[in-house]
Design a protein. Structure first.
Length: 345
C-alpha cells in the first residue's frame, strides 16, 4: 500500500534523551514543578542538543515523517543553544525532512527576564514561528503576553503557536481572547494552539462558543494524545469547523519516559484514546497525522502526494489504512525524491 508521508506538528527534539542513556524522572505535581525538572535535566545533559535532536529526528524520518514543527526552548538559562542545535540537526536532514522551528518560551516570556530579547534574536537565527505558553498560569498576564507574542509575529511576519495547558473556564476564556486578538491582528489561519486541554471537556457550557470563535479566526488545534492528557472530541471539532492536526509532543524527556517519534504510533494512540473503531474514524486519525499536518505547516511534499507515482511516499505491506493504524505498521520503504531514504550516521 502507498500513502503520503507523516507530518508531526508538535515535537520537542531539543529536550529528548533519544540515543542517550536512560534518564530517571522525579514526581511532579504542578506545571511549575515539571518545567523546573525540565530545566534541570537540560542543564545536566552530557550529549549536545544537535546530537540528541538528530538521533530523534532521523529516527522519525525512517518511520515516515517528512515534515515537523519543532518547538525549541529559548530563555536566559540556556540562551539560543537549543535553537542552534536543532537547526544544525535539521540541516543534516534537509534532503529528507522539512523542519519548522518555533521559538518557545518554555520557562516564561514576561515572567522570565531576558526571554523577550532572546525571542527577538531567535527569529534572526533560525526560528520560523513565535511561540507562547499559558499566558495566565505561567506569565500571569494574558494581555501582556499576547501583546508581546503578536508584536513579534507582526514585526517579523511570522505565524504563532501557543501552548495552552490551562483547563476549565479559565482556559476557555484565554482561548476566546486569543481568537479575538487573532482576528483583530488580521492573522486568521496563522495561529495554532498546542494541547488546548480546556477544549477537551465536552461538558463545559462555553465550549461550543469557544470553538466557534476559533473557527472564525482559523485557529488550528495541535493535539498529541499523550499519557493521561485530555483528548478532543474530534466529531465536535469537525462540527464547529476547527481544524486539528497531530503531533508527538515530548519524546523520552523530563516530561515523560514515553514516545517513539513515530507518527504511526501517534495515530494509533489517538485512535485508542478517542475510541475510534470504524474505518472512517481510524482513517481520520491517519489523516490528522498526514494531510492535515501538511496543510497546517505547508508541507508541499505531503500535500502533493499523487499515489503510487508520487516521488515522496510511504510503502506498506498492509492493504488498508485502518489496518495500518491498528497494527502500528512501520513503512517498508520511505521514498523521497523517488529514492529510498538511506541516512548517514
Amino acid at each position: 500500500m502507498i500513502t503520503p508521508g507523516f507530518v508531526d506538528v508538535h515535537i520537542h527534539p531539543d529536550k529528548t534523551t533519544w540515543g542517550s542513556g536512560w534518564m530517571s524522572r522525579v514526581p511532579a505535581q504542578t506545571l511549575t514543578d515539571i518545567i523546573g525538572n525540565d530545566l534541570r535535566a537540560q542543564l545536566a545533559f552530557q550529549d549536545s542538543v544537535e546530537d540528541r535532536a538528530y538521533a530523534l529526528m532521523s529516527h522519525a524520518v525512517l518511520n515516515g515523517t517528512m515534515a515537523m514543527r519543532a518547538h525549541v526552548d529559548v530563555g536566559p538559562q540556556i540562551g539560543l543553544r537549543n535553537m542552534h542545535g536543532v537547526r544544525a540537526a535539521a540541516e543534516r536532514l534537509a534532503p529528507f525532512l522539512q523542519v519548522q522551528v518555533v521559538a518557545f518560551p518554555q520557562f516564561g516570556l514576561l515572567s522570565n527576564p531576558g526571554t523577550l530579547d532572546l525571542m527577538e534574536a531567535s527569529l534572526a537565527e533560525g526560528a520560523d514561528l513565535v511561540g507562547g505558553i499559558d499566558p495566565e498560569s505561567v506569565d500571569g498576564d494574558l494581555h501582556g503576553h499576547l501583546d508581546a507574542v503578536y508584536a513579534l509575529a507582526n514585526k517579523h511576519g511570522r505565524d504563532v503557536d501557543i501552548h495552552l495547558h490551562d483547563v476549565g473556564a479559565d482556559g476557555l476564556a484565554q482561548l476566546s481572547v486569543i481568537a479575538e486578538r487573532t482576528v483583530a491582528e488580521g492573522m486568521q489561519g496563522r495561529v495554532t494552539i498546542g494541547h488546548g486541554f480546556a477544549l477537551c471537556d465536552a461538558s463545559h457550557p462555553d465550549l461550543g462558543s469557544t470553538l466557534d470563535a476559533m473557527a472564525e479566526a482559523g485557529i488550528w488545534m495541535a493535539t498529541c494524545a499523550l499519557g493521561a492528557d485530555p483528548v478532543p472530541d474530534l466529531d465536535l471539532f469537525e462540527k464547529h469547523g476547527v481544524k486539528v492536526a497531530l503531533g508527538s509532543d515530548g519524546v523520552r524527556d523530563a516530561w515523560s519516559p514515553f514516545g517513539t517519534g513515530s507518527m504511526m504510533d501517534r495515530a494509533h494512540l489517538l485512535g485508542y484514546r478517542t475510541g475510534a473503531s470504524t474505518d472512517a474514524e481510524l482513517e481520520r486519525c491517519f489523516r490528522l497525522a498526514t494531510s492535515a499536518g501538511a496543510e497546517l505547516i505547508g508541507s508541499a511534499e505531503v500535500k502533493n502526494f499523487s499515489g503510487p507515482e508520487s516521488v515522496d511516499r510511504l510503502e506498506f505491506a498492509a492493504n488498508s489504512i485502518p489496518e495500518l493504524v491498528v497494527d502500528r505498521s512501520a513503512p517498508l520503504r520511505v521514498v523521497r525524491g523517488g529514492r529510498a531514504v538511506a541516512l548517514q550516521a
